[in-house]
Design a protein around this ligand. Structure first.
Ligand code: ATP
Ligand code: MG
Length: 647
C-alpha cells in the first residue's frame, strides 16, 4: 500500500468551512453529545414543526429501532426549493448537460418551483396520495428531478429504478414495493444510442403485479405504443394544471424513498429512508465533504438511479441552495474527453465520480484530459469501490494537477450519506484510504471470529458502526426481519457494513473489500483490494479482480482476472511477470495461483465488479450464478467461463 500522505493545500485550508482543529472539536461533540450536536444540525432545515426529540435509536438485536427528530414535521421539497426563493429565485439550481454536446439547459430555483409543483399536481390528479409508492424509471433528464421532488412534495414514496435495468429487474422492484404508478419516458439517450424505456415498462407490466397507471414523458419523440386507460402522456396531463402545489406536512420519520441496493453481493434489498434525518445528513455531508460555498458549480456524475444521485445530485445540494449539474451521458461519448469538456464548459468547482470511470479514463490516455482547461476544479471526489492508489495518483496528478484534495467517500445505499471521508481543509489524505469518520459516525473494527472490538489503533477486521447517525436506513421495505438479520445479527449491538477494513497506526481506515470476498490463504486473511491494487499498479494492467477458490493445501487459492491496457498482448510471459510483480509488491503469500486475461469483467450497472460471479467461475460452479439481474453485460460471463484457467 502507498506510504505517501498529502496535506490539504494552503489555499484550500484558508477558505475551508472546516479545518483540522474544527474537525476535532466538532467530531468530539458529535459523539459525546449527539443530542446537542444533531439538534443544532437540524436547524439547517426549515421545519413546519421543530423537533424536540432528537435521537431515539437502538441497535439491540431484539429491538432494532431508529428514529431521529421523531416529533418534527417538514417537507423535503420545501426545503430543497421554496425556502430558497426569497434569496435565490433566479439562481441556477440545476444545470442539465445532455448526451449530445451542445445540448444543455439551466433551470433556476423559480423554474424548479413551478415545474415540481405542476408535476405534483399531475400526480395528485392521478390519485397518488401520501404514502403511495411511485416507481420512477427515467433517464437523466430534468423530469427525473422534478418527479422525485414532486413525490416528496405530495408525500408519495419514490422508488427509482435505474433506466439501464431490464424489464425483469424493473418488474421485480415494482412488485416488491407494491407501486401502482410508474413514471417513464418514451426513450432515453446514452452514449449516442436510444434506450427503449416505455417498451421496457410495457414488458415489465406483463410480469409485475398491480400497475394501474404509466405516466410517460416525451423525450426523443420517437413512436411508442400507448395503452388506453393505463398510459398517460405527461404533457397532456400537465396542460392547464396549476403551478402551485400545496406541500404535504410530513413527520420526520415518514418514508421519503425506497431504493434497491446494487446487488453486488446478492438479491437487492429495498432500502427505506425517511424524511428528516436523511435530509439533515445529506445536506450536511454535501456541504462539508465538498467544502461547498455559495456560488460553486458542483457536479456529481452519478445517475439518480443510485443513492449517490439521490443524496448528492438532488437532495443534499438542493437543500443547500447549490447549483448542481446533472449529466445525461457517459464518460466516453463522443470521446474520452467528455467529462473534462463538461468541467471546462460549466466551470465546475467540485467533481465527484466513481473509480470505474477514473480507471477507464486513465486507460484512455492523458491527452484527453490535458487538452481541457480544468482550472476551475477545486475538489475531486470518488465513491463506489475502493480506489486503487494507482488510479488515485492519476486523478490527483493529471486531473487535479496536484492542487485539488481528493475526497474518497466510503458509504452505502444503507447509510444515506458519507460515513468515512476526508474533509478537504481538515484531513491529510493517503491514496486509497477513505481516511476518517464524518461527524457522529463511530466506526469500529471487529475481530471476524470472536466479534470483539479491536481497541488497538492498528487493526484489521470487519467494519461496523457503533451508534446511529441521522441518515441511516430505517428498514428493508416490507421486511423488517431481513433488515435486522442482514445488519444487526452477525455482530450484536453494531451496524454491520458487510465490508472489511484495515485501520493504520494513524487511525486511517482502508476498505479492503467485501467481507464475503476476504481470502484466507494458508491461514493469512487478505482483502481483495490489496492484491487488485498491486496488479493495477503494473503499467500493462488497467483493471483487476481477485477471488479465492478452494485449494487442497492452502485452504484457498488466489485467482486473478486481469484486464490489460489497450494494445497490450496477452501471453504466458506476462502472466509470469505479473505473478512475480505481486510477490514483490505484497509478498510471496499473495502470489497468484491463476491469472486469467479478461477483456471485460462482470460489473453491476453502477460499475462495481461482481466478485461473487467471478468466484463461481473460479470454483468451476457455473450452475448457480445467483441473481444476475443487475449485471451490465451478461455476455461477459460466458466469455470468462470459456477462457477460464484449468485447475
Ligand atoms: P449489495 O448491497 O446489493 O450487494 P452494493 O453493496 O454494491 O450492493 P451500494 O450500496 O451501491 O450497493 O454500495 C455500497 C458498497 O460500495 C460499500 O459497502 C462498499 O463495499 C463499496 N464502496 C462504496 N464507496 C466506497 C469507497 N469509497 N471505498 C471502498 N468501497 C466503497
Ligand atoms: Mg451492499
Amino acid at each position: 500500500m502507498s506510504e505517501s500522505i498529502y496535506q490539504p493545500p494552503k489555499e484550500i485550508v484558508s477558505h475551508a468551512l472546516i479545518d483540522a482543529d474544527k474537525y476535532q472539536e466538532m467530531y468530539a461533540r458529535s459523539v459525546n453529545d449527539p443530542e446537542g450536536f444533531w439538534g443544532d444540525a437540524a436547524k439547517r432545515l426549515d421545519w413546519m414543526k421543530e423537533p424536540t426529540k432528537i435521537k431515539n435509536t437502538s441497535f439491540e438485536h431484539s429491538n432494532v429501532s431508529i428514529k431521529w427528530f421523531e416529533d418534527g414535521e417538514l417537507n423535503v421539497s420545501v426545503n430543497c426549493i421554496d425556502r430558497h426563493l426569497p434569496d435565490r429565485a433566479d439562481q441556477v439550481a440545476l444545470i442539465w448537460e445532455g448526451d449530445e454536446p451542445g445540448n444543455d439547459e439551466h433551470i433556476t430555483y423559480a423554474q424548479l418551483h413551478r415545474r415540481v409543483s405542476r408535476f405534483g399536481n399531475v400526480l395528485r390528479n392521478m390519485g397518488v396520495k401520501k404514502g403511495d409508492r411511485v416507481t420512477i424509471y427515467l433517464p437523466m433528464i430534468p423530469e427525473a428531478a422534478y418527479a422525485m421532488l414532486a413525490c416528496a412534495r405530495i408525500g408519495a414514496v419514490h422508488s427509482i429504478v435505474f433506466a439501464g435495468f431490464s424489464p425483469e429487474a424493473l418488474a421485480g422492484r415494482i412488485t416488491d414495493c407494491k407501486s401502482t404508478v410508474v413514471i417513464t419516458a418514451d426513450e432515453g439517450r446514452r452514449g449516442g444510442k436510444t434506450v427503449p424505456l416505455k417498451a421496457n415498462v410495457d414488458e415489465a407490466a406483463k410480469h409485475a403485479l398491480g400497475i394501474e397507471k404509466i405516466l410517460v414523458v416525451e423525450n426523443t419523440g420517437n413512436e411508442i405504443a400507448m395503452k388506453g386507460g393505463r398510459d398517460i402522456w405527461w404533457h397532456e396531463a400537465a396542460t392547464g394544471v396549476d403551478e402551485f402545489c400545496k406541500p404535504e406536512r410530513m413527520n420526520a420519520e415518514d418514508p421519503l424513498f425506497i431504493l434497491y441496493t446494487s446487488g453486488s453481493t446478492g438479491t437487492p434489498k429495498g432500502v427505506l429512508h425517511t424524511t428528516g434525518g436523511y435530509l439533515v445528513y445529506a445536506a450536511m455531508t454535501h456541504e462539508y465533504t465538498f467544502d461547498y460555498h455559495d456560488g460553486d458549480i458542483y457536479w456529481c456524475t452519478a445517475d439518480v438511479g443510485w443513492v449517490t444521485g439521490h443524496s448528492y445530485i438532488i437532495y443534499g445540494p438542493l437543500a443547500n441552495g447549490a447549483t448542481s449539474l446533472m449529466f445525461e451521458g457517459v464518460p466516453n461519448y463522443p470521446d474520452a474527453s467528455r467529462f473534462w469538456q463538461v468541467c471546462e464548459k460549466h466551470k465546475v468547482n467540485q467533481f465527484y465520480t466513481a473509480p470505474t470511470a477514473i480507471r477507464a479514463l486513465m486507460g484512455a490516455g492523458n491527452e484527453y484530459v490535458e487538452k481541457c482547461d480544468l482550472s476551475s476544479l477545486r475538489i475531486l471526489g470518488t465513491v463506489g469501490e475502493p480506489i486503487n492508489p494507482e488510479a488515485w495518483n492519476w486523478y490527483n496528478d493529471v486531473v487535479g494537477k496536484g492542487k485539488c484534495p481528493i475526497v474518497d467517500t466510503w458509504w452505502q445505499t444503507e447509510t444515506g450519506g458519507h460515513l468515512l471521508t476526508p474533509l478537504p481543509g481538515a484531513t491529510a489524505t493517503k491514496p486509497g484510504s477513505a481516511t476518517k469518520p464524518f461527524f457522529g459516525v463511530q466506526p469500529v473494527v471487529l475481530d471476524p471470529q470472536s466479534g470483539e472490538e479491536i481497541h488497538e489503533t492498528a487493526a484489521e477486521g470487519v467494519l461496523c458502526i457503533k451508534d446511529s447517525w441521522p441518515g441511516q436506513m430505517r428498514s428493508v421495505y416490507g421486511d423488517h426481519e431481513r433488515f435486522v438479520k442482514t445488519y444487526f445479527s452477525d455482530y450484536k449491538g453494531y451496524y454491520f457494513s458487510g465490508d472489511g477494513c484495515r485501520r493504520d497506526e494513524d487511525g486511517y481506515y482502508w476498505i479492503t473489500g467485501r467481507v464475503d470476498d476476504v481470502l484466507n490463504v494458508s491461514g493469512h486473511r487478505m482483502g481483495t483490494a490489496e492484491i487488485e491494487s498491486a496488479l493495477v499498479a503494473h503499467n500493462k494492467v488497467s483493471e483487476a479482480a481477485v477471488v479465492g477458490y478452494p485449494h487442497d493445501v492452502k485452504g484457498q487459492g488466489i485467482y486473478c482476472y486481469v484486464t490489460l491496457m489497450a494494445g497490450e498482448e496477452e501471453n504466458q510471459d506476462l502472466k509470469v511477470e505479473l505473478r512475480n510483480w505481486v510477490r514483490k509488491e505484497i509478498g510471496p503469500i499473495a502470489s497468484p495461483d491463476h491469472i486469467q486475461f479478461a477483456p471485460g469483467l462482470p460489473k453491476t450497472r453502477s460499475g462495481k465488479i461482481m466478485r461473487r460471479i467471478l468466484r463461481k467461475v473460479a470454483e468451476n460452479d457455473f450452475g448457480a450464478l445467483g441473481d444476475t439481474s443487475t449485471l451490465a453485460d451478461p455476455g461477459v460471463v460466458d466469455d470468462l467461463i470459456e477462457h477460464r484457467e484449468n485447475r
